[in-house]
Structures are given as C-alpha cells and as structure tokens.
Design a protein around this ligand. Structure first.
Ligand SMILES: [Zn+2]
Ligand SMILES: [Zn+2]
Length: 261
C-alpha cells in the first residue's frame, strides 16, 4: 500500500565505475574492450529528482560529461559522501549552473569533507575569489537527519577502510558507496528500504571496498525489493554475464540507469 504522502524519487545513475573508470586507460581486458555500453563506467555518482528539485550525490571528474549526457538543466544541491578525488574532482564545473541559474549552489557534507574541499579548491573560497569561480554555500552535516529543500536525508555512517564515508537514506531509497564496513547500528537505519545501492569493487577481497560477494551477503540479509551494485571495476566482469549469475533482486547498476521509487 502506497503511503498517501509518498513523494516519488527519480534516481539516475550518472556513473557506476571505480576511481579510474572503465575502460581503464591502457587496459585491453575483455571488459575494457567490450562493445556493450553497459561496460562503460564513469566515476560513481547519482542524481536524485524529488519534488521538482535536482540533487547530485558526489561530483567526480566526469561530472561535466554526466550533466551533458543526461541533459540536466537544473541543480539545487550537491551532497558529498567523502573527500576522495573521484567524488569531488568535478566541483569546478558547478559554475556552469551558477551562470545559467544565476544562483549559488548548496553543497552538503561532513565537516571533514567540507574542510578537504576548501583545501583542495582554495580559489573557490578565497576572499579574493576571481569572477567566474564557482559560487557555493557550504552546509556541514553530522549524524543527524537533515533537510535539503524539504527532502529529508538520513546519514548512514560507514567506513572506507578507516575513512568515514556518509551514505544516505531518502525515504525508501538508500545509497552507499565506498564502504568496506557497516556497523549493526547503521544497518538498522537502512532496514526496510525498498531499493538499496551498495558498492562492490571486484570479486576478490579488498581493504577499502566490499567485494561483490560481501555486498550480496549484506543485501541478502537486508532483502530490499531491489538492489544495485555500483563503484565497479573492470575486474567484476562483463555486465550481462555477471548479472545473469547474481541473485534475482541484485543487479549491477550501469551508467544511465534510471529508477523511480
Ligand atoms: Zn570512490
Ligand atoms: Zn580492463
């Protein structure tokens, strides 16, 4: 039964690849040479369209191309999971939205992420900022649920080896990338989500990312209606072959995949 005040969330996977993307420069493995567009993965990011607002979670080096590919005409906020380059490197390209929309863009992240962004992009926040630099408004978040234009985000604290990373639950949708550990307390916050996105880097174990097997194990316990794996490397294998072997409710995400929840 649908809740009468259920607000639909449209999710678009902007990128589903690990930090170096797929294909990998110089690699001639079958995945990197695959003609299937599902095997081409830009750096990991999703766009959420809720209540007429457009939010992007992370803004990596492929941000500009992702915005062009999806014909995105509006951006209201960028919400960051963590400060690694493959999640923040596209920050400068937000200025295109500043120019066209003639407004500042709100960015959200933990204090640690916001400090890293100010260190990595000092010219954006300097007192003598040049004309044309991105115009951003910083919002620090902690473990407390927060609202972005009336849409509630519940932070899910996970670990990327030792680095804190924030996942988000928005209504029935949970998005977690770059995790290698989720505590039982945080898993409780995810429970009951209809759709869960979780990272999986490759088939063998890795210190800072779940493997495909570890991600499937967690998802099998949480048992959402549907689950999608993201932040995938070329080692995972060919999209169609891998999908045919996964449990029915779990699939690899792919660039351009859209869901409405
Ligand atoms: Zn990453
Ligand atoms: Zn390869």
């Amino acid at each position: 039964m649908e809740n009468s005040n259920h607000i639909p969330i449209k999710v678009t996977f902007l990128g589903t690849g690990t930090s170096i993307g797929v294909p990998v420069i110089t690699c001639d493995c079958p995945v990197c040479k695959s003609p299937d567009p599902h095997d081409k993965r830009m750096r990991t990011s999703v766009m959420l369209e809720v209540n007429g607002y457009t939010f992007v979670i992370d803004c990596g080096p492929d941000f500009r191309i992702q915005m062009l590919r999806e014909n995105v005409n509006n951006l209201d906020a960028v919400i960051f999971t963590h400060e690694h380059r493959d999640h923040i490197a596209g920050l400068d390209d937000i200025r295109a939205f500043n120019y066209v929309l003639n407004k500042k863009i709100d960015i959200y992240g933990s204090r640690q992420v916001m400090e890293a962004i100010q260190t990595e992009f000092p010219y954006i926040f300097s007192e003598s900022r040049y004309f044309g630099a991105p115009q951003l408004t910083i919002h620090n978040i902690d473990e407390t649920p927060f609202s972005v234009f009336g849409v509630e985000f519940i932070p899910i604290k996970v670990l990327h080896e030792k680095l804190p990373v924030t996942g988000f639950r928005i209504g029935d949708f949970t998005y977690i990338t770059d995790a290698s550990h989720i505590s039982p307390k945080e898993l409780e916050k995810i429970k009951g989500s209809k759709v869960i996105v979780l990272n999986a880097l490759r088939n063998s174990k890795h210190t800072s990312h779940f493997s495909v097997g570890e991600a499937v194990e967690i998802l099998t316990k949480l048992r959402p209606e549907a689950a999608y794996l993201t932040h995938l490397s070329h080692f995972v294998g060919l999209h169609n072959e891998v999908n045919s072997k996964l449990p029915g409710f779990v699939q690899l995400a792919y660039d351009g995949l859209t869901l409405t929840i």
